[in-house]
Ligand binder design. Structure first.
Ligand code: PGA
Ligand code: ZN
Length: 440
């Protein structure tokens, strides 16, 4: 009989994230089982994300302190959880009820998520399971044959938009090593491409400084040049674009959608205004001309009619990932599915605020034939929970930055450990990650 554990203590603290902003870390003890987790935060956040509670006290950390959220963990939340059974669904339901708002704005989604993730880690410890197996159990996806799928990394080797002080409007230019035989070989190919890109930038006298997600952040002649540089880097690294590797973009178009003029304003590059249909035409063109297999947030979160037209235009051959538009919110995703918006869900725990609701959103996506892309935030910590979550849920894809900054490589390194531990029981998603597009 499995021993039932009860929460003994919950303790939160203020730590730092990868941008030097405060964030919350939570320790949760249940008998002899212990779990610790920390919470990320975004820069190009969706408007309907659950609330990241900040102190607003400008005398500390420019108002970004999280002492109030920490106090909620150590006060109200700890009091409510102490003595409760260590059961993820029950604890998450309790947290959501305790907060009582639809946006988790009373206690803070950062407070709730720190506790929820720490509970998952403590549960894994209590069961003597690696975290990814605990997530497989929670999501009802324990593989019958014991084989776990390692995700294709989406490696953001060129950063723009809100993550870089350059003149590139589009936020992320990523490589996906879909044609390599294993996760570790795929990762190596991505890293080698990163190094090749560095050489290319250096040779052209362009900056090799990096952005928030560890990719290079040069100023360029145009957004298109970023794609061409990445393409050339793939070649230079000795790989064949389209076969070994495809390109993925996160345009993060909400950031440059101007509702006042009803247009996308490419202000950083000075490329001018584009209507929704002109943006759609651009993606249609680019995805024919280049081996771009995935476009995230190609249109703004408020531009739902545009999203439907984009999906109708190229959704049968290009992965269209909804980040700001769905904010990992089960209810919003359901609406998106009904309105044929996108064909893939970007999964960010802190957009919704608990592990259980994140798993719910993933289950809804899957039932509708949408792919799931596990994701970090631009502000991260050394916490590598999303690596285990990607494997446990069989997400098939993970985007967690480039080949530099330990906040990014922490997740890739954890995937290497999982792959090693699984041995022959590890399979690599590879091209099947894009099977929903009939691309295999
Ligand atoms: P964010 O960026 O964490 O700044 O929101 C990541 C993304 O847009 O996917
Ligand atoms: Zn995004």
């Amino acid at each position: 009989m499995k021993e039932i554990m009860h929460v003994t203590s919950v303790r939160g603290r203020e730590i730092l994230d990868s941008r030097g902003n405060p964030t919350i870390e939570v320790d949760l003890q249940a008998g002899t089982a212990f779990g610790r987790a920390s919470v990320p935060s975004g820069a190009s956040t969706g408007e309907r994300e659950a609330l990241d509670l900040r102190d607003g006290d400008t005398s500390r950390y420019l108002g970004k302190g999280v002492r109030r959220a920490v106090d909620h963990v150590n006060g109200e939340i700890a009091d409510a959880l102490r003595g409760r059974e260590l059961d993820q669904r029950a604890l998450d339901t309790l947290l959501v009820g305790l907060d009582g708002t639809s946006t988790k704005s009373r206690l803070g989604a950062n407070a709730l998520l720190g506790v929820s993730m720490a509970a998952a880690r403590a549960s894994a410890a209590a069961a003597g399971l690696p975290l990814y197996r605990q997530f497989a159990l929670l999501s009802g996806r324990v593989p019958h044959d014991g084989t776990f799928t390692l995700p294709v990394p989406m490696m953001n080797i060129l950063n723009g938009g809100a993550h870089a002080d350059s003149n590139v409007d589009f936020q992320e230019f990523m490589v996906m090593p879909v044609g390599l035989p294993s996760f570790s070989e795929g990762l190596r190919a991505g890293i080698e491409t990163f190094h090749a890109l560095r050489g290319l930038l250096k040779a052209r006298g362009l900056s090799t400084g990096v952005g928030d997600e560890g990719g290079f952040a040069p100023s360029l002649a145009s957004n298109r040049e970023a794609v061409e540089l990445v393409l050339e880097a793939i070649h230079r690294a000795g790989y064949t674009p389209g076969r070994d590797m495809v390109i993925a973009l996160d345009v993060a178009a909400s950031e440059f959608w101007d509702p006042a003029v009803g247009a996308y304003v490419l202000a950083k590059s000075g490329e001018g205004r584009r209507s929704s249909d002109e943006m759609i035409a651009l993606y249609d063109d680019w995805t024919r001309q280049y081996p771009i297999a995935s476009v995230e947030d190609g249109l703004a979160e408020g531009d739902w009619p545009g999203w439907s037209r984009l999906t109708a235009a190229i959704g049968d051959r290009v992965q269209l990932v909804g980040d700001d538009v769905f904010v990992t919110n089960p209810a919003i995703l359901r609406r998106g599915i009904d309105e044929r918006v996108g064909n893939a869900l970007l999964v960010k725990l802190n957009q919704i605020g608990t592990v259980s609701e994140t798993l719910d959103a993933m289950a809804i996506a899957r039932r509708a034939g949408y792919a799931c892309v596990m994701s970090h935030r631009s502000g991260e910590t050394e916490d590598s929970t999303i690596a285990d979550l990607a494997v446990g849920t069989g997400a098939g894809q993970i985007k967690t930055g480039s080949a530099s900054r330990s906040d990014r490589t922490a997740k890739y390194n954890q995937l290497l450990r999982i792959e090693e531990a699984l041995g022959a029981a590890a399979s690599y998603a590879g091209r099947s990650a894009l099977a929903h597009l009939g691309m295999v």
